[in-house]
Design a protein around this ligand. Structure first.
Ligand code: PGA
Length: 259
């Protein structure tokens, strides 16, 4: 079975002191975390990544960046390159989040370049895809996922399936409180796994973790992650409170026992 991954995407929240308070609490929790089939990831803002890596280094918790530049290096004021992130010993980098698609210039082609840079620099991308409300309502969910996957993964070779995590995040479910039903999420994620099967073969399709994201909370996480093609969750709002975040990790520990 694939391990479950519980990832907190903090977005533009928490200053240094709030970050430290959360991470010290998470560190204490994670020092007692022995369930290897449940992996924990946190994605604080850029300025605090090094502090996070340092504070969590003797725990199983891994640290992710929330985005990366599509450029390699040079005159790109305000941007952060994949090699800079890799030099912090980060394990993961979120790529293609719907907020970056909406507010920055993250087209499918740009996302493809970002994915290549992250993989080349030895980090694992958490590649976000998902349809908007009008796309779902007009029955185009699979078409959108197909396009995002085909362009995003263009010319990316995955041999062991260990280089990539995919997060299915329907845009209409992000930050809205309107979570997808477990069946809606499972259906989309089975489609994604089938894409991986066609493109890369069974070994890759069986090992890539596909997360669900969009209004995940302690009271809905378990039925979602119990679905066969859902291997964890990418959590925004509910990951900002330590007690909620650790409650969801505890629920994932219960889920792996019965999955
Ligand atoms: P949400 O965000 O849990 O607040 O809906 C999820 C995400 O954007 O990754």
């Amino acid at each position: 079975m694939r391990p479950l991954l519980i990832a907190g995407n903090w977005k533009m929240n928490k200053d240094l002191f709030e970050t430290l308070a959360f991470l010290q609490g998470l560190r204490a929790y994670a020092q007692k975390h022995k369930e290897e089939r449940v992996q924990i990831v946190v994605a604080p803002a850029y300025p605090f990544l090094l502090t996070a890596v340092d504070l969590l280094k003797d725990t199983p918790v891994k640290v992710a960046a929330q985005d990366v530049s599509s450029n390699e290096d040079g005159a790109f004021t305000g941007e952060v390159s994949a090699s800079m992130l890799a030099s912090l010993h980060l394990s993961f980098c979120i790529v293609g989040h719907s907020e970056c698609r909406q507010y920055h210039s993250d087209t499918d082609d740009v996302i493809n370049i970002k994915l290549q840079r992250v993989i080349k620099n030895g980090m694992k991308p958490i590649f976000c895809i998902g349809e908007k409300l009008e796309e779902r309502q007009s029955g185009r969910t699979n078409e959108v996922l197909q396009r995002q996957l085909a362009i995003g993964l263009n010319e990316i070779n995955l041999s062991a399936g260990k280089d990539l995590v995919i997060a299915y995040e329907p845009v209409w479910a992000i930050g809205t409180g309107q979570v997808a039903t477990p069946q809606q999420a499972q259906e989309a994620q089975a489609f994604i796994r089938n894409f991986l099967l066609q493109k890369y073969g069974a070994e890759v399709a069986d090992t890539v973790q596909i997360l669900y994201g969009g209004s995940v909370k302690p009271d809905n996480i378990k039925e979602i992650i119990l679905q066969p093609d859902i291997d964890g969750a990418l959590i925004g709002g509910a990951s900002l409170k330590l007690d909620l975040f650790t409650a969801m990790i505890d629920l994932a520990k219960e889920a792996v026992k019965i999955k």
